[in-house]
Design a protein around this ligand. Structure first.
Ligand SMILES: [Zn+2]
Length: 340
């Protein structure tokens, strides 16, 4: 795939704890010869499995960034049986701006597998794809709904055809110990980080831990505890993984959002009114939202109806809505045996 223009200031084969940066070439109006720094931490002892933990692919999702920073700061080599590589925030400029996208307009999560000669986001995606994913047994990519969407807090996985890989990913999804788990399809094109990591055969664990631009203390705890438990489950970090049963919690609710009809979109631009709440069960044709027209007080709002029966797992968090924006996701409750 070509040599990367991205450099890494730490030795990803060395034992011990190291903190450094990935450096991407950058040229700005105020500095011709500059570089974008993306912090990276490696904590390693011995020959065990390697986990790559990534937060902040989207800048307006602080849940994973905080959990990954905490892990990078607190984890010590003696606790690690292999290697943990942490990139607490893959999109630092977007995080500073509290935006989903990079200031360039790029969505890093649409840039994979990337290109060494492409834009900065493509160069970073390429480096991850050729240098970091191949080293990893487990790839953890922590997301939430960001500013634009409220999600039930869940761990998730994309449907994978390879049964052995899928079973491992189910184990990782369950190990987060969220109340909800979701199996989803990519409805917005190609280029996902998790898609490339899965294509390389990795155990990919991801989340959507809430969102809406606000993070509760409970979500921060869920992010940190779930992340550590996943690393324990795959024997990367010492200590026994806990199960929901051992915590006195009921089994997870498994949601399947694998049909296009699960995803409901605004038919016109306007002001979105939610008619349902997260976790609410709805039937086919049940109204889930309305689009209002500020310039047409005489016009009745357009009603958006669910196309399937199931559980509301995503609700748009921003009222101002463009035609085609996703406003609600209704997922089907499924049984664990469906995942093989
Ligand atoms: Zn995200």
């Amino acid at each position: 795939m070509g040599e990367s223009p991205v450099s890494c200031t730490i030795d990803l084969t060395a034992d011990g704890k190291q903190a450094g940066t990935l450096r991407l070439p950058r040229s700005s109006n105020t500095s011709g010869w500059s570089s974008l720094h993306v912090p990276i931490v490696s904590v390693a002892t011995g020959e065990g499995p390697t986990a790559l933990v990534i937060g902040g692919v989207h800048g307006d999702e602080p849940e994973g960034q905080v959990a990954a920073l905490k892990l990078a700061r607190e984890l010590q080599p003696e606790q690690v049986t292999g290697r943990v590589i942490v990139i607490p925030c893959a999109s630092p400029e977007a995080s500073r701006a509290f935006t989903r996208l990079w200031p360039s307009g790029a969505n890093l999560n649409r840039s994979f597998p990337g290109s060494p000669t492409g834009s900065a986001d493509e160069q970073l995606a390429h480096f991850l794809s050729i240098e970091l994913f191949p080293r990893a047994d487990v790839v953890v990519d922590i997301h939430s709904g960001g500013r634009s969407a409220l999600h039930l807090p869940w761990s998730e996985m994309q449907w994978i055809e390879d049964a052995a890989q899928r079973r491992q990913m189910v184990e990782g999804m369950l190990a987060w110990n969220t109340d909800w788990c979701c199996v989803y399809i990519d409805i917005a094109g190609t280029g996902l980080l998790v898609g490339e990591a899965a294509r390389q055969g990795k155990i990919v664990v991801s989340t959507e831990l809430g969102g809406g631009g606000h993070v509760t203390a409970a979500i921060h705890r869920l992010a940190a505890n779930g992340l550590l438990n996943v690393l324990r489950r795959f024997d990367v970090v010492e200590g026994e993984a806990v199960t929901r049963a051992s915590l006195g919690l009921p089994e997870q609710v498994l949601l399947m959002a694998t049909e296009l009809d699960n995803y409901l979109h605004a038919p016109e631009s306007g002001l979105f009114e939610a008619l349902v709440d997260l976790g609410q069960r709805v039937d086919v044709d049940e109204p889930v939202g309305r689009i209002h027209y500020l310039e047409r007080p005489d016009r009745a709002p357009e009603v958006i109806r669910s196309k399937t029966a199931g559980t509301v797992c995503v609700v748009r968090a921003i009222a101002t809505t463009d035609q085609g924006d996703n406003v609600v996701v209704v997922a089907r409750e499924a049984h664990r045996s469906e995942l093989g």
